[in-house]
Design a protein around this ligand. Structure first.
Ligand code: AMP
Length: 191
């Protein structure tokens, strides 16, 4: 069983690469952003709460996010392993994930970071916003807030996973196929 954390700023390609990883390794893809958007679309109380943060480019509070993620894992008892996409994004979430997996005799196998610079990410997100209609992808100011949230709260997780020897950095710039190949090499070399 492998448990992968996909790490990277908004627009780095986590969702795109998760699709490939899911097929190739038979893993269940869990994106907290997608889960929140699903709740928003269905107008659930959780969706309404999440929307007030997401529309501003801010992170949804930790406990709400952790509870939703754990519930999604529990709902897939048959899964061969998970791809955590967009989770954890804070130290509290990373600790909660470790504790939750440990309770199932599991642990994060690897954290794969897709690296790309802000200029490239801004262009990608604005392009995606035209197609997806996502409010948080259409406004450069909100995108900047998401980058700031990432730098403040998520970037420090690099050290958290490095301390566990689980952090792998992958160049996220270039053709989707090339990035796939780079990720596949990391996974092939996992012990
Ligand atoms: P994403 O689709 O991953 O870019 O996430 C879109 C938005 O959903 C983020 O800007 C946050 O508002 C919210 N979100 C997604 N994942 C998390 C998380 N792990 N913690 C807090 N908020 C999150």
């Amino acid at each position: 069983m492998i448990q992968l954390v996909l790490f990277g700023k908004p627009g780095a390609g986590k969702g795109t690469q998760a699709e490939f990883l899911k097929e190739t390794y038979g893993l269940r893809h869990l994106s907290t952003g997608d889960l929140f958007r699903h709740h928003m679309k269905n107008g659930t109380p959780l969706g309404l709460l999440a929307q007030s943060y997401m529309d501003q480019g801010a992170l949804v509070p930790d406990q709400v996010t952790i509870d939703m993620l754990e519930e999604a894992v529990e709902q897939s008892p048959e899964a061969q392993g998970f791809i955590f996409d967009g989770f954890p994004r804070t130290a509290a979430q990373a600790q909660a994930l470790d504790a939750f997996l440990a309770g199932k005799n599991l642990s994060v196998s690897a954290t794969i970071a897709l690296e790309a610079n802000d200029e490239e990410l801004l262009v990608r997100l604005l392009e995606r916003g035209k197609v997806s209609g996502r409010a948080d992808d259409q406004d450069a100011e909100k995108i900047q807030i998401r980058f700031d949230e990432y730098n403040q709260k998520t970037a420090p997780l690099r050290e958290y996973y490095q301390a566990q020897n689980k952090f792998y950095s992958v160049d996220g710039i270039g053709a989707i196929e090339d990035v796939k190949q780079r990720i596949a090499e990391v996974i092939a070399n996992l012990k």
